[in-house]
Ligand binder design. Structure first.
Ligand SMILES: NC(=O)c1ccc[n+]([C@@H]2O[C@H](COP(=O)([O-])OP(=O)(O)OC[C@H]3O[C@@H](n4cnc5c(N)ncnc54)[C@H](O)[C@@H]3O)[C@@H](O)[C@H]2O)c1
Length: 403
């Protein structure tokens, strides 16, 4: 095992710095993700406008960031209709809104930091690419794996030739029980027709990372998935966890939200209220209090995707949402050896580097801050951001084809 001293300075890159030019920005969609990005804006980036349809969220964000009422908008239409002298916008609204909002921002000549997925279909992605190119603005995507110290280390080792030429990559994303239940069974990404397939919502990060690592373009994709576990009829439980007496259910909403206080960051607390009250209300009547076997979800909880690239490399991707495991495992086979990355450790032969201290660091171990800083530095310097819309095309394409 290599000592921690093998870590590079960028492991600690969430310490933000100041960019050269003062930039005026807006945020469109002031939810969970936006809060993270706004918490690590580099010096000289000034938040001038907030666009958020939820009145409680709008007022909480305005208060927190000191944005006056004149800069607060409850509808994107009103925001885009008014005159603003802005350099860039962060778009962190729900997936289905991304393309329309980004096209409007581009039309105004603003650079865009856009949440993933950029679009939910290939046609919209192309449309956005063309519009940004025609307007001469940059679109940066929030695909953190490229900025994450652990995944960046894998990238670096492969580029240094640690395994020789890459032949094949086997990559599994285990979505742990808490994340699976919260996001893909009870929460926002549960219906394919509304939010797109789960492979796009969740694994666009993985597909992007693998295509960034390997280069090449996607030639052929085979995919099969199923909803195996989180279906009505899989148990005879009550409709709500609060009424359930099954001991130690790994998907208990009572245990997750009330006892462990996990995944509660998105529960907004109104002035004068408490988080306890909000959780109780959610357990009694909200979507997050439902038993995982009595929800309205239809996205897959298991999927296998095989992609063949133009450079001959094959990628085997697995999405696994039914087990108790959480995290990613990557096995890269090359002409000279094999790299195994699992549980925050990276192994080459019998030499292992340990990155487990990163697991608990905030902002995706600093990756969120690194991508925000890169984007605004790029805007200030007039260059393309590291994770640009153009550079993320192939990863998205893989997801569109996987369905
Ligand atoms: N990069 C990552 O690691 C990561 C992780 C989770 C989610 N996401 C993505 O971030 C985006 C936001 O997710 P979130 O978890 O913050 O969700 P969220 O629901 O907490 O926030 C979205 C906000 O957008 C607002 N909104 C809805 N329609 C809008 C519109 N037309 N204009 C402006 N605002 C609108 C909602 O009221 C909400 O406050 C999604 O696209 C999601 O896929 C990215």
């Amino acid at each position: 095992m290599l000592p921690i001293s093998c870590l590079r300075a960028r492991d600690f890159c969430y310490i933000c710095n100041v960019i050269e030019r003062e930039l005026n920005i807006a945020v469109v969609g002031a939810g969970n993700r936006a809060r993270k990005y706004l918490s690590c804006l580099p010096g000289n980036v000034r938040l001038r406008c907030i666009v958020e349809p939820d009145p409680l969220r709008l007022s909480l964000a305005a208060k927190h960031h000191g944005v006056p009422e004149s800069g607060c908008y409850s509808s994107p239409e009103a925001f885009f209709a008014a005159y603003h002298k802005l350099d860039a916008v962060i778009i962190a609204a729900p997936d289905r809104e991304h393309v329309a909002l980004a096209l409007e921002a581009v039309r105004h000549g603003w650079h865009v930091l856009l949440e993933k997925p950029a679009a939910t279909c290939a046609e919209d992605y192309e449309k956005l690419l063309k519009a940004a190119e025609a307007a001469g603005v940059h679109i940066g995507l929030c695909l953190e794996m490229r900025h994450h110290p652990y995944f960046h280390r894998i990238y670096e080792l492969v580029k240094e030739g640690a395994v020789g030429e890459v032949l094949e990559i086997d990559h599994t994303e285990h979505i742990g029980p808490d994340r699976m239940a919260h996001s893909f069974v009870r929460g926002p990404w549960v219906k394919k027709a509304e939010t797109g397939p789960v492979f796009l919502s969740k694994c666009c990060h993985d597909a992007d990372f693998l295509l960034w690592l390997t280069g090449g373009s996607v030639e052929e994709v085979r995919s099969s998935g199923a909803l195996l576990k989180f279906r009505p009829g899989n148990t005879r439980t009550p409709l709500r966890c609060i009424d359930c007496t099954i001991p130690d259910c790994p998907y208990s909403a009572v245990n997750l939200y009330r006892e462990r206080r996990e995944w509660v960051a998105g529960f907004d607390v109104p002035d004068g209220g408490t988080l306890e009250d909000v959780i109780d209300e959610e357990l009694r009547s909200g979507r997050y209090g439902r038993c995982v076997y009595h929800c309205d979800n239809d996205v897959f909880d298991t999927q296998d995707v095989l992609a063949r690239l133009s450079n001959g490399i094959s990628l085997n991707l697995h999405l696994e949402g039914t087990s108790m495991e959480e995290g990613r495992t990557t096995i890269i086979t090359g002409t000279r050896g094999k790299l195994v990355a699992e549980n925050w450790k990276i192994g080459l032969g019998d030499v292992w580097e340990d990155y487990s201290h990163l697991a608990t660091l905030p902002l995706h171990a600093g990756a969120d801050a690194a991508l925000v800083r890169d984007f605004f530095s790029a805007v200030s310097e007039g260059r393309e951001p590291g994770c640009s819309l153009a550079s993320a095309l192939e990863g998205h394409k893989l997801c569109f084809l996987a369905g």
